[in-house]
Design a protein. Structure first.
Length: 256
């Protein structure tokens, strides 16, 4: 059963077509990947899914609901969360506060009830703090609870950004180059981390990634973009043996 459908999506910027007639179906509970050379249109596709861009043509469906053109905050509330190629943490706040802020997406209290410390507002605040600690504990980040985000090692910052996305109660997690900037040891650890959060939180994960070892190891299905066009899709073995993929991506040393 598909959780995300991209139907005939085209995204143009003036005379430039970044994504051309894209069709993708991401299956619920799977780890799937979108790959391609730099400038292939991968992040543009993610931006269309998450409401940053409204497509020139076509539609995006999440759990069979048309979410095309909905604002990013409303899409997040529906259950889609994302990370970014360039880490976007609240860098001067603690690890705990980064998670706590994400929890505010689901609260019912408003400014007045919070200011007046109404009983239901106090209860929500307490539950949010408990939930934040529980999440950090599950992801082995509780030991870093009081650390300032920018002081963490790079790999831990990546995990924190993913944890913050999970704090929104997402069912679909979009990861934009989660291994960017990581050394081989950190990349290997990230692979286990992604598998674990998929299983622990019953997630669907759709990711963009340039690290082919990571993609081939954990992806159950791979889509390949080149110049905005979908040129191949299938399992790791099918994709890595596809001549079009070899020519467009895997066979070019600087992209591999």
């Amino acid at each position: 059963m598909s959780i995300l459908k991209i139907n005939n999506v085209t995204m143009q910027f003036g005379g430039v077509t970044a994504v051309n007639n894209l069709n993708i179906e991401v299956q619920e509970g799977k780890i799937e990947a979108l790959i391609g050379p730099n400038g292939a249109g991968k992040t543009t596709a993610f931006n269309v899914i998450t409401g940053v861009y409204s497509p020139t043509k076509g539609n995006v469906y999440y759990k069979d609901e048309n979410i095309t053109g909905i604002t990013p905050d409303k899409i997040t509330k529906k259950g889609i969360a994302r990370t970014f190629q360039n880490i976007r943490l609240f860098k001067n706040l603690t690890v705990f506060d980064n998670i706590l802020i994400a929890n505010h997406l689901r609260i019912n209290s408003n400014f007045v009830s919070s200011t007046l410390r109404m009983p239901w507002s106090n209860k929500e605040e307490r539950l949010m703090r408990e939930k934040s600690e529980m999440l950090l504990d599950k992801l082995d980040l509780l030991r870093l609870k009081n650390e300032i985000a920018h002081s963490l090692p790079y790999g831990e910052q990546r995990k924190l950004e993913i944890a913050r996305a999970l704090a929104t109660d997402a069912d679909l997690l979009l990861l934009d180059e989660p291994a960017a900037g990581m050394n081989p040891s950190e990349t290997m650890e990230l692979s286990s981390f992604i598998h674990n959060i998929r299983d622990e939180f019953k997630l669907t994960i759709f990711m963009i990634e340039h690290h082919m070892d990571l993609v081939m190891e954990i992806s159950e299905k791979i889509y390949v973009l080149d110049f905005g066009q979908l040129i191949a899709e299938g399992t790791a073995n099918e994709v890595k043996n596809d001549q079009r993929v070899i020519e467009a991506y895997l066979g070019v040393e600087e992209d591999a």
